[in-house]
Design a protein around this ligand. Structure first.
Ligand code: SAH
Length: 193
């Protein structure tokens, strides 16, 4: 493991997952996705760590996250990048997560309520994109908003099972896909559900 990935792992081990949950806090210690209301879940901890490490985030990176949810993944991204832009479509989650992450002292996160299948055009291009909800295909807007030399992680597949895909855009704008594990995320609502 690189030093950077060790640093991410060390930071992650010190995170209190129950802080990101308002109910069922006693379930926080299990390595499973747990419901957070509105039909959504806080992601499985081992996967949050693994995906953050795979994304290979540089300290000066501008990161787009789709599916803010509880803010657990958002916080980890914020700790290891310069600026995080995160999009959530469920309003109560969007409201709650802002209070939570501000209370925790993160000041490099911008929040947007809306459909993340469109990305967040205003601040594009992004060095890194993390999608934490499952799509049937990679939304073209997200590929478009990924910078040359950028990387994106996204679960792609059916409603029940997806493959974790790493999309890399080279300097010429060509896109290459590497497939990692089978995962199961809640659906990315909208056009590519
Ligand atoms: N990383 C989050 C995962 C939450 S689950 C966590 O660990 O808490 C996925 C999130 O994606 C949910 O909050 C869901 O509301 C959101 N979501 C689903 N479809 C979306 C869309 N089209 N745009 C933005 N957010 C979406």
């Amino acid at each position: 493991m690189t030093n950077r990935n060790e640093e991410i792992a060390a930071y992650f081990r010190n995170m209190d997952r129950s802080f990101f949950m308002d109910t069922d806090k006693e379930l926080a210690r299990f390595d499973e996705a747990i419901p957070i209301g509105h039909g959504q879940t806080i992601s499985q901890p081992s996967l949050v760590l693994k995906m953050t490490q795979l994304l290979d985030i540089k300290p000066d990176a501008k990161v787009l996250e789709i599916g803010t949810g509880s803010g657990f993944q958002t916080a980890l991204l914020a700790a290891f990048s310069k600026q995080v832009y995160t999009v959530e479509r469920v309003e109560p989650l969007y409201e709650r997560v802002q209070e939570r992450l501000r209370a925790a002292g993160y000041d490099n996160i911008r929040f947007r309520l809306g459909d993340g299948t469109d990305g967040w055009e205003d601040h594009a291009p992004y060095d890194r994109i993390m999608v934490t909800a499952a799509a049937s295909i990679v939304p073209p807007a997200l590929i478009h908003q990924l910078d040359a030399g950028g990387k994106m992680l996204i679960p792609v597949g059916s409603r029940f099972m997806q493959e974790l895909q790493l999309i890399e855009k080279d300097r010429q704008g060509n896109v290459q896909t590497t497939v990692y594990d089978l995962v199961r995320f809640v659906p990315l609502r909208g056009q590519y559900e």
